[in-house]
Design a protein around this ligand. Structure first.
Ligand code: HEC
Length: 136
C-alpha cells in the first residue's frame, strides 16, 4: 500500500526538479539594475584597474578609457577584462566572477563622461563561454 504513493511522490519530485532547474536558468538571465552594477563596480575598479587606468579613466600605464571604442563595445570590454593584453602589460582578470566583470564593465562604460549602458552578468557568461570555445 505504501509503495504506490512513494512512487508517485518520487515522480512528482523529479518533475519539481526539472521545474526548479529551468527556474535557475531564468534567474541567471535576470537583468540587474544599472545602479546596482555601478555601486558594485566602483570599488572593484578601484582595486583592480585604477593603478593603471587612473581614478578618472584618464590612463597612465594603461590606455585612456574615456571615450574608448573598446569600452563602448560589450564584447570588447568584457574580452579585454577576461583576457587582458599580457604582451602589452595588462593581466587577465578571468578569476573574477561574471557578476564582478559585469559590474566593472558597467562602471567603466558609465563613468568618466562615458554613457554606454550596462553589461549584464548573463552577457559575461556568454562571452566567457565563447572565448573558452575559441581557445582563449
Ligand atoms: C598592470 C596594468 C593594468 C591593469 C591592472 C589593468 N589594465 Fe587595462 N590596459 C593596460 C594596458 C597596458 C592596456 C593597453 C593594452 C594594449 O595596448 O593592447 C590596457 C587596455 C585596456 C582596455 C582597452 C582600451 C582601449 O581603448 O584600447 C580596457 C577597456 C582596459 N584596459 C580595461 C581594464 C579594466 C576594466 C581593468 C581592471 C579590471 C584593467 N584594464 C586593468 C594595463 C592595465
Amino acid at each position: 500500500m505504501k509503495k504506490l504513493p512513494l512512487a508517485i511522490a518520487f515522480g512528482a519530485l523529479s518533475v519539481l526538479g526539472a521545474v526548479s532547474a529551468s527556474q535557475v536558468v531564468l534567474a541567471q538571465a535576470e537583468t540587474v539594475d544599472q545602479t546596482v552594477l555601478m555601486s558594485e563596480g566602483g570599488p572593484l575598479y578601484e582595486r583592480n584597474c585604477q593603478a593603471c587606468h587612473g581614478a578618472g579613466g584618464e590612463g597612465g600605464i594603461g590606455e585612456r578609457l574615456i571615450g574608448s571604442p573598446v569600452v563602448g563595445s560589450t564584447g570588447g570590454v568584457v574580452n579585454q577584462i577576461l583576457l587582458g593584453a599580457v604582451e602589452h602589460g595588462m593581466p587577465p582578470f578571468n578569476r573574477l566572477s561574471d557578476r564582478e566583470i559585469a559590474a566593472i564593465s558597467t562602471y567603466v562604460r558609465n563613468s568618466f563622461t562615458n554613457a554606454f549602458g550596462p553589461v549584464q552578468p548573463s552577457e559575461v557568461t556568454a562571452i566567457r563561454a565563447a572565448a573558452a570555445g575559441a581557445g582563449g
